[in-house]
Design a binder for this molecule. Structure first.
Ligand code: F6P
Length: 552
């Protein structure tokens, strides 16, 4: 396929379009009876089990999706990514988050240079620094050890680290090594978030890590200035050197802000913000909290999936299969959303992170060559841990809109509870729901079944479940740092697969710029009105009216 052609003009796309009619004639109730089909739709890798037999798909669908992948040059695109080619063409950058977790002796080139030694230089620096802070050899301005950390950052400089931190908080090994320490995240420019973050913290024992790829993001810089003032007011301006460090690609701006460049941890343009959790963005705050060895396990889990993604054939490749199935659901079956439903409270911040990874990456309207897409790309991601979600939005998923669901389960709980005299553990209780929900969605409940149960006639329409609602199940052996890394990398690569097939650039985010520049205009107005009483001007009637009310 020529690079400028649209995938939707290709034969493989048209075949899938036509194939939708075949699938409409099927029901998961029947498809699930075919054990051979179901067996072919299970994939195992490195302790993980993926079951996608509850997708509205036959083996013929999967074959056609592989043909689509071939037409889209998926394998070549994956190779280009791993090979450091500047596939983020609108910013002329390579996309090398896989280099962030590559073993020390790997060679990964960007711009003709092996980037892995640079990655490990920063990792070694983080290990050394975090050990000094954790051991108390790095102390604050008044000589006290720094036991609390506030990471200031937003978007990709926040959501990934928050997800991993939350996932590890109850892992016994991680908990043990975090004893007596706290990690908090300040993201929103809302002053309420500042108040919530500093409540209960003592500046004398707090380290602030300012995390910003660009070091220009308005929210982060204001929050960083706010915490700088908090520290200076309590301990004097010279305390900033001991209490503030930074993570950025822009070390010049870090220094200008007043943070010692020796206390800055670099990363690079070839790391996209939403793919940066494995850089110092995540590794520094997480190492301060849990110690570097735990974080290294997380990186190893991600690296294991990277290798699998790079080398496994499509039919055994978990991210490839997931990506192709998402394309099938969005572009052919017309299901615009996807629910991410981890049956683990530890994964409560997983869906918010994937919202950014997926929607900022694939929420695009033009192809990588700038041609308007004649189909919708991207999908609406949302989710909550089970069973909480069951008591919230599952009604809609069962009887309302069709939303493909990702059920994520864990065999061994981080915190098992077995009540005296009860055989079914608390985790078994949780997992009973993980196993039951996909079948409820797939099979539904028919009028005949309800009649057999003697359900009152007038209630039958309300109690009928159409079924045939797609889901997939991903079972992890446990939720250690390693498994968390695996999960992260699976979803990162899945998003890339979708983008590669749709033929879009999943690695830029121009769509966030317009709102930012309009906010700058409003900020100027607020400044002028507050300093010189300047009247509100240059806005439409609606915005001007709202602004005047705000200024009054
Ligand atoms: O929201 C846009 C965005 O550029 C994200 O892509 C990024 O993760 C976030 O802002 C924060 O950017 P930075 O790390 O440069 O502060």
């Amino acid at each position: 396929m020529a690079s400028s052609a649209l995938i939707s003009d290709m034969e493989a796309w048209k075949e899938l379009k036509a194939h939708v009619e075949d699938i409409k004639k099927t029901h998961l109730r029947d498809l699930m009876n075919d054990a051979q089909r179901c067996q072919s739709m299970m994939v195992e890798f490195d302790g993980l089990l993926l079951d996608y037999s509850r997708q509205n798909a036959t083996l013929a669908t999967i074959e056609k999706l592989f043909k689509l992948a071939e037409t889209a040059n998926l394998k070549q695109k994956i190779n280009q990514m791993f090979g450091g080619e500047p596939i983020n063409s609108t910013e002329n950058r390579s996309v090398l988050h896989v280099a962030l977790r590559a073993p020390r002796d790997t060679v990964i080139q960007s711009d003709g240079k092996n980037v892995v030694p640079d990655v490990w230089k920063v990792l070694d620096k983080i290990q050394e620094f975090s050990e000094r802070v954790r051991s108390g050899s790095w102390v604050g301005a008044t000589g006290l050890p720094l036991k609390d950390v506030v990471a200031v950052g937003i978007g990709g400089s926040f959501l990934g680290p928050l997800f991993v931190h939350t996932a590890l908080q109850t892992d016994p090994e991680a908990m043990n090594s975090a004893s007596g320490r706290q990690l908090r995240f300040l993201a929103n420019v809302d002053p309420i978030d500042v108040a919530r973050n500093i409540t209960g913290l003592n500046p004398e024992t707090t380290l602030v890590v300012v995390v910003s790829k660009t070091f220009t993001t308005a929210e982060t810089m204001l929050n960083a200035r706010t915490l700088r003032e908090w520290i200076s007011a309590a301990l004097g301006p010279s305390a900033v050197a001991k209490h503030m460090v930074a993570v950025s690609t822009n070390l010049a701006l870090v220094e200008k802000f007043g943070i010692d460049p020796n206390n800055a941890f670099a990363f690079w343009d070839w790391v996209g913000g939403r793919y940066s959790v494995c850089s110092a963005v995540g590794v520094l705050p997480l190492s301060l909290q849990y110690g570097f060895p735990i974080v290294e396990k997380f990186l190893k889990g991600a690296a294991s999936i990277d290798q699998h993604f790079y080398s496994a054939p499509h039919e055994k490749n978990i991210p490839v299969l997931l990506g192709l199935l998402s394309v099938w659901n969005v572009s052919f079956l017309g299901y615009p959303a996807r629910a991410i439903l981890p049956y683990s409270q530890a994964l409560e911040k997983f869906a918010p992170h994937i919202q950014q990874v997926s929607m900022e990456s694939n929420g695009k309207g033009v192809s990588i060559d700038g041609v308007p897409l004649p189909f919708e790309a991207g999908e609406i991601d949302f989710g909550e841990p089970g069973t909480n979600g069951q008591h919230s939005f599952y009604q809609l998923i069962h009887q309302g809109r069709i939303i493909p669901c990702d059920f994520i389960g864990v065999v061994k709980s981080q915190q098992p509870v077995n009540l005296k005299g009860e055989v079914v553990s608390n985790h078994d209780e949780l997992m009973s729901n993980f196993f039951a929900q996909p079948d409820a969605l797939a099979y539904g409940k028919t009028i005949e079944q309800l009649q057999k149960e003697n359900v009152a006639e007038h209630l039958i329409p309300h109690k009928t479940f159409s079924g045939n609602r797609p889901s997939l199940s991903l079972l992890l052996p446990s939720l250690t740092a390693y498994n968390v890394g695996q999960l992260l990398a699976i979803y990162e690569h899945r998003v890339a697969v979708q983008g590669f097939v749709w033929g879009i650039n999943s690695f830029d985010q121009w769509g966030v710029e317009l709102g930012k520049s309009l906010a700058t205009q409003v900020r100027k107005q607020l400044h002028a009105s507050r300093t010189n009483d300047e009247p509100v001007q240059g806005f439409n009637f609606s915005t001007a009216t709202l602004l005047k009310r705000y200024l009054e």
